[in-house]
Design a protein around this ligand. Sequence first.
Ligand code: BG6
Length: 488
Amino acid sequence: MAEFIPVPPFDLVVFGATGDLSLRKLFPALLHRFLDGQIPAQSRIIGVARSDLDTESFRNMVRESRGKFSPNACVDEGKCEDFVRHVEYARVDASAPAEQWAALKDLLANGNGNVRIFYLSTAPSLFVTIAERLQETGLATANSRIVLEKPIGRDLASSRAINDGVGRVFDEQRTFRIDHYLGKETVQNLLVLRFANMMVEPVWSREHIDHVQITVAEELGVEGRADYYDKSGALRDMVQNHLLQLLCLVALESPNSMDADAIRTEKLKVLSALRRIGPMDVAGKTVRGQYRAGLVDGKPAPAYADEVGKPSRTETFVAIKAQVDNWRWAGVPFYLRTGKRMSARRSEIVVQFKDTPVPIFGANAGVPNRLVLRIQPDEGVRLWLNMKEPGPGGLRIKAAPLDLTFEDAFGVRYPDAYERLLMDVVRGNLALFMRRDEVDAAWKWADELLAAWDANGAEPYPYAAGSNGPTQSALLMDRDGRAWWDPD
Ligand code: BG6
C-alpha cells in the first residue's frame, strides 16, 4: 500500500494550462494525488492560458486528457469527476498589462492562507514577464512559490537573465526549478542505494569502477514541438539538464543530510569538476546525430527534416565521453547518450566494474560486473554477477542478474515523477529541484560544447529511426575498448 505525507491546503495556478505538458503530465499527476486523498479539500487548482475558453470547456480538455494519458486511473468515475470539478480556468494573456489579470485575481480572492503556487509551463521567454505581473497584481504573496519548467533559457546568458528577473520577485527559497528526472523513482533510489547501503560506498570509485554509461533513449520524435526542438536540439533539451543531473547523482560525494542545500552543494561540485570539451576534443569525445526515415516498433517513421519541414542541422542524438576531474573519478569515463526515434524507450544507468585482477578461471572468466539501474520502463536495479552454470561438464561461468524489479518487489503503482515533485513544491521541499548555481554550471559546460561544435562545423551523422544511433556512437566506445550495454 503506498503511503503519503499530508500536505497543507494550496492554490495551484498552472500557466500554459492548455499546453502539452499540462494536459499530458500535470493534470494527470494531480488527479492521481487527488484520488489518493492527498489534496486537501480546501485546495484550488486553476488553469491559466490565453485561449478563449470557459471553465467547463477547459474541464472538458482535462477530462479528455485523462482518458488519453491516464486511461486506467478512474475506477470510481464519481471521484474523478470530483477532481475535474475542482479545476477552474482563467483566461489571461501573460504579456498583457496587470489590469487585464482580473479573471485570475477574482479566482484567487479569499485565499484563506493557502500556500500559493504558480507553475510556469510556458515558453521561458515569458517567465520574467509573468513573475513581474504577479508582483504588480499583488498575487505574489509572501507564501507564494514559483515553479519553472525547463528549459531555463537556451544558454548561460539567457538563463541568467531569467533567473535575475524571476529572482527580483521570488527569492531562491521560493523558486522551484523542475527537472522531472529527479522525481523518477529509480533516480531517487540512486541516493538510497548509495547512501543507505554500506557495501556500496567502498566500491564506488575509480578503484573498482571501469566506467559509467547513462542512456536516455526515446522512441518518440519531436511530436508537436518541432519549432522549439529545432532551435534546441538534444544537448540543450536533454543533456544540459536530465543527463547531467543523473551524472551528478552517480558521482556526488555523500551529503551530510537530505537537506536540500546539502545535496545541491554536492551536485554543484560535480558539475564544477566536469572537464570542458573544447574545439580540439569534439571530434574524439562527442557524436551528434540526426534521424532519417526508418521503422520504430515496426511502424514507419519519417525523417527529422520532414517532421520539421525543412533541412536542419539540429542534433536529435548525442553521445559524449564526459570526465569528472576529482579524486574519486579521475580516469573513469562517463559515457552519456540520448536520442529520439531510437530502437526502444529505455533510460538506464550502467555502472561497469573493473575486471578481476587475475583471471584464475582462464578464458572462461566471465564478464565484468555491472550494476544496471533501470529508470524506465520496468524500473528496477540489477546487479550482474558471474556464477557457475549448474550441472556437470566443467566449470562454466555465466553472468546472471540479482534482480530487483521494483514493481515485483514492492507491488505498488509507479507514481509519475510530477506527482512527487508537485507535492514537494506544496511542502516547500527543494531537495529535488535545481539551485540557480547548478543551472549556471550546467549551462557553462554546455555552452562551451555548443561553441566547439559550431567551430567544428560538422553536420550531424545520420541514423535510421528505430536504430541505436549513428555508427560513430558505437565507435566512440570501441576506440576505448568498450561497448554500449544494449540488451536485446
Ligand atoms: C523533456 C524533453 O524534458 O523530457 C522531451 O523536453 C523529452 O524532449 C522528455 O521527450 C522525456 O521525458 P520522459 O519522462 O518521457 O523520459
